[in-house]
Ligand binder design. Structure first.
Ligand SMILES: Cc1cc2nc3c(=O)[nH]c(=O)nc-3n(C[C@H](O)[C@H](O)[C@H](O)COP(=O)(O)OP(=O)(O)OC[C@H]3O[C@@H](n4cnc5c(N)ncnc54)[C@H](O)[C@@H]3O)c2cc1C
Ligand SMILES: NC(=O)c1ccc[n+]([C@@H]2O[C@H](COP(=O)([O-])OP(=O)(O)OC[C@H]3O[C@@H](n4cnc5c(N)ncnc54)[C@H](O)[C@@H]3O)[C@@H](O)[C@H]2O)c1
Length: 444
């Protein structure tokens, strides 16, 4: 029986394991994870902290029992500390002290990512929190209940930072949001969009501290204030959300790595050793918007790469079709979605890029119920006309619309093809001159 070992059983690992166990009954699957839980949806963390959901109960979709029922050997709270890639052996130790030396024919690395830690004084103080695991969220919530926490400073105004700033504000905390960049969500949207999010955050009382670099976190035992190159802010809790780095510790000396340390994989999710696959946040992914290998840490990518690796490891050739880094966020009533690259990023990467913008209401003016303004930007290459990115925002749920642009980028569609794309009209849903069409028609 062919032996497949999977290291890491969160989103990427879970997708790979379920694909193998559901489709290839002849494989012997062994799973190691250092954590005591499987499949925690980090995306629910802000909802849980912000009291928008009653508990963490629904934030898991898989378990040890599910894997075991399907025939896998599961070792949780068991850390893999070494891999002998020549002898094809995995070495692990359980919390109970038990040692494992497990041979593999195929190995799937799904060790994910770790939060970036700033190299500043004071990160070891009490109430300086990272937010990645279920345990991290639980600890934040426990401390919020136990302690007199009034001032929360969130460092990093990316996706995690903005979502958590809202969550802490919802439960009555005084929130300061710090970022070195000149705006929030700068990796995902152009300034015309991020300004709208900033206004939204400020209108709810969140203090924005952009273009500030944290120099130290101060306190006696427990955090008391955070100091930046420009100001200092009182803090009873500091939450660090300044990005993820790939966790490639186990293979970094043997396998080929990307510039940020992620395992470099091909379209079959194979690393530089053909019997070793890497998936999710520990691996690279092909980015169709820039037509290059990239690093994009998202649960959606983790799941898809897990499925691809599982089929290939089990002998069914399957190529990844790449991704566009499609993403979305909803902060109070404001919904923002994007895919591909922003105009700013396109220019930085050397594209001769332009954007076409349009603003309209979702439905005709005579529909007075549930009718909101929508703002759209489509970024494309001036010469090839190929769509490179799209951004949308509204109080209306426009989220499904971004998927069309995701497919357009995947398929290298030009802005001109979009001009006459068949978009239906019904006043309940949209306008006869839809804003996609209008934005495309207004392209240079
Ligand atoms: C607060 C928050 C909100 C998020 N929201 C979204 C969202 O809305 N949408 C979205 O697409 N993405 C979101 N993400 C990102 C998403 O969670 C990650 O992209 C995803 O978790 C990656 O899955 P993964 O399985 O590759 O890695 P991870 O989730 O990092 O899992 C890696 C697993 O490997 C195990 N492991 C690591 N090293 C070892 C070892 N040596 N031995 C044994 N086990 C090991 C770990 O215990 C862990 O279980 C969010 C992340 C956070 C933190
Ligand atoms: N809704 C979603 O899809 C969602 C939600 C949460 C997380 N995620 C994903 O999880 C991953 C991690 O999220 P994240 O928010 O940590 O990363 P991020 O890349 O979204 O944001 C990190 C932010 O930290 C800032 N930053 C970096 N170094 C800093 C420093 N020293 N001081 C102050 N600011 C600094 C950056 O300018 C950036 O705005 C990302 O890949 C993200 O896309 C997605």
């Amino acid at each position: 029986m062919e032996r497949i070992v999977v290291i890491g059983a969160n989103h990427a690992g879970t997708a790979a394991i379920n694909t193998i166990l559901d489709n290839y009954k002849d494989k012997e699957v062994t799973i190691f994870d250092s954590n005591d839980n499987i499949s925690f949806l980090g995306c629910g963390m802000a909802l849980w902290i912000g009291n928008q959901i009653p508990s963490s109960e629904g934030l898991f979709y898989c378990s040890r029992e599910i894997f075991e029922q399907k025939g896998a050997k599961v070792y949780l709270e068991t850390i893999v500390y070494h891999i002998d890639f020549d002898k094809k052996l995995v070495f692990a130790t359980g919390k109970d002290g038990q040692s494992y030396q497990t041979p593999y024919d195929k190995l799937i690395l799904a060790t994910g990512s770790l939060p970036v830690t700033p190299t500043i004084e004071g990160t070891d103080l009490k109430n300086v929190q990272y937010v990645k695991l279920y345990q991290n969220a639980k600890e934040v919530i426990d401390k919020l209940h136990e302690n007199m926490i009034r001032n929360v400073v969130v460092v990093g105004a990316g996706y995690i930072g903005v979502e958590l700033a809202e969550a802490f504000n919802r439960i009555g905390k005084k929130v300061t949001l710090i970022d070195t960049a000149s705006t929030c969500l700068s990796g995902y949207y152009d300034q015309e969009f991020t300004d709208i999010m900033s206004k939204n955050l400020e209108s709810h009382g969140i203090k924005l501290a952009y273009e500030e670099t944290v120099t130290s976190i101060k306190g006696t035992g427990k955090v008391e204030k955070i100091v930046t190159d420009k100001h200092e802010y009182p803090a009873d809790m500091v939450v660090l959300g300044i990005g993820f780095k790939p966790n490639s510790q186990l293979g970094k000396d043997v396998l080929e790595l990307f510039k940020n340390g992620a395992y470099l994989v091909n379209e079959h999710q194979q690393t530089s050793q053909p019997d070793v696959y890497a998936i999710g946040d520990c691996a690279t992914i092909y980015d169709n918007s820039i037509q290059k290998t990239n690093y994009i840490a998202l649960a959606t990518n983790a799941v898809r790469s897990g499925i691809v690796a599982a089929h290939n490891a089990c002998g069914t050739p399957l190529k990844s079709i790449g991704v566009q880094g499609s993403n979305g966020i909803c902060i109070w009533d404001l919904k923002m979605v994007s895919t591909g690259i922003t105009l700013e990023k396109a220019k930085k990467l050397g594209y001769d890029a332009v954007a076409t913008d349009y603003e309209d209401t979702q439905k005709p003016a005579f529909i007075q119920h549930d009718n909101y303004k929508v703002k759209i930007r489509i970024v494309y290459d001036r010469k090839t006309r190929i769509i490179l990115g799209a951004q949308m925002c509204s109080e209306y749920d426009i989220s499904m619309a971004i998927h069309m642009f995701s497919l357009a980028i995947q398929e290298q569609v030009t802005i001109d093809r979009l001009k006459l794309t068949d978009i239906f009209f019904l006043p309940h849903f949209n306008k006869p001159y839809n804003y996609f069409t209008m934005a495309a028609l207004m392209a240079e």
